[in-house]
Design a protein around this ligand. Structure first.
Ligand code: KG4
Ligand code: ZN
Length: 349
């Protein structure tokens, strides 16, 4: 039998089970991550972050990211197995993020996973990074089932989704320009804060006040779309105007005012979407989901509306491989086919 037929036969035997081990690999941006998942449980979860390496450049340098993934991936896989007290013989499936992300960075994970799956004769499952973020919630909320509404807020995505199943998701609202995380990162740079901007703005905002009036896009409109470019431009203009006059600006106040507006619109639209969809569960996914102002606002306002708000722990909001393993588990239940050895990275998935 050819590799693909062997892999498919093995995967088909796992569809109704939850007692098998998935080894998951994530390398789409600046974190190399490996995790072992069994059903809805994390057996081991290891992350090597490159933040300190990219900080000096003010953002992720793709070529440097790829090279650093190559340096650590092999040891991370061995460490994930050792932490789980397992060997390659115990692994049943290999899962890998194949998009979206940086092409060279994705290719490191994809090539490694293909070689591993082929040499161990295991099924290889190709996972969409974004679906991974959403599925992180299944690891924490053991009784969570489809369908639900998800506020997905990462560096490249800002979407409100009706998640009907792993394969079926409807977009209820999306950004027309920048993603929320991207806006955090760009505004941080303008006010002189280091990369990554989101956590830096959050930290700085704690010492500031929400005292700068910033615009809200689509105020009063019925749709649930977002726009962050006007907000970002308003901050840039505010800073440039004061600089032109030779005046000081208060970084903490700008951080606080920007954060209040940036998360305010997420909260308003997400809660509107949940009410409109008649689901009463809102699930949060993606790096910006680690933001305390967003988390507190959602919990507080969600409670007033009698909604259930599901917030993964911060480490499962930002990039990790446990979410990729869990997405793989969900995908297998829904009949996904294994990838064949022609699997390629898809940076714009
Ligand atoms: O989901 P993620 O880790 O990677 C992508 O798939 O993009 O999200 C990264 C984004 C970055 O823009 C980062 O600045 C933002 O999430 N982020 C935050 C926080 N932590 C990470 N934004 C606001 N507050 C945070 N605490
Ligand atoms: Zn991500």
């Amino acid at each position: 039998m050819e590799y693909f037929d062997i892999a498919k036969a093995k995967l088909d035997k796992l569809r109704n089970r939850d007692d098998y081990y998935i080894l998951a690999i994530e390398s789409s941006c600046d974190e190399t991550a490996v995790s072992i998942i069994r059903g809805r449980a994390i057996i081991s979860n290891i992350i090597a972050t490159q933040i300190e390496i990219h900080k000096r450049f003010g953002g992720v340098v793709p070529e440097i990211a790829s090279r650093n993934h190559i340096l650590v991936i092999d040891n991370l896989v061995l460490e994930a197995l050792s932490k789980a007290n397992l060997t390659f013989d115990n692994i049943d499936v290999v899962a890998v993020t194949y998009g979206a992300g940086l092409l060279g960075a994705l290719l490191v994970g994809v090539s490694y996973a293909k070689a591993l799956a082929y040499s161990l004769e295991l099924p290889l499952v190709a996972i969409d990074h974004i679906k991974g973020h959403i599925c992180a919630n299944f690891l924490v909320y053991k009784d969570l089932e489809f369908p639900f509404v998800c506020l997905l807020v990462s560096g490249g995505h800002t979407e409100i989704l009706k998640v009907n199943s792993y394969h079926n998701m409807e977009v209820l609202g999306t950004t027309r320009d920048d993603a929320a995380g991207e806006a955090f990162d760009k505004v941080a740079r303008v006010i002189g804060l280091p990369y990554p901007g989101g956590p830096e703005i959050e930290k700085t905002a704690k010492n500031g006040q929400n005292n700068i009036k910033l615009p809200r896009a689509f105020k009063g409109e019925k749709h649930l779309d977002f726009s962050y470019s006007g907000l970002k431009t308003a901050v840039i203009n505010y800073v440039h105007n004061l600089q032109a006059k030779g005046l000081e600006y208060n970084v903490a106040d700008i951080a606080c005012s920007f954060q209040t507006e940036a998360v305010g619109v997420l909260i308003t639209n997400a809660l509107k979407a949940v009410k409109k969809s008649k689901a009463n569960i809102l699930v949060v996914a993606g790096g910006v989901g680690a933001n305390e102002a967003l988390r507190e606002g959602l919990l507080e306002q969600g409670k007033q509306l009698n909604l259930q708000i599901k917030l993964p722990p911060k480490a499962l909001c930002t990039d990790n491989a446990a979410m990729i393993g869990e997405a793989c588990y969900m995908a297998i239940k829904e009949g996904i086919l294994p990838a064949d050895l022609s699997l390629d990275a898809d940076c714009s998935l």
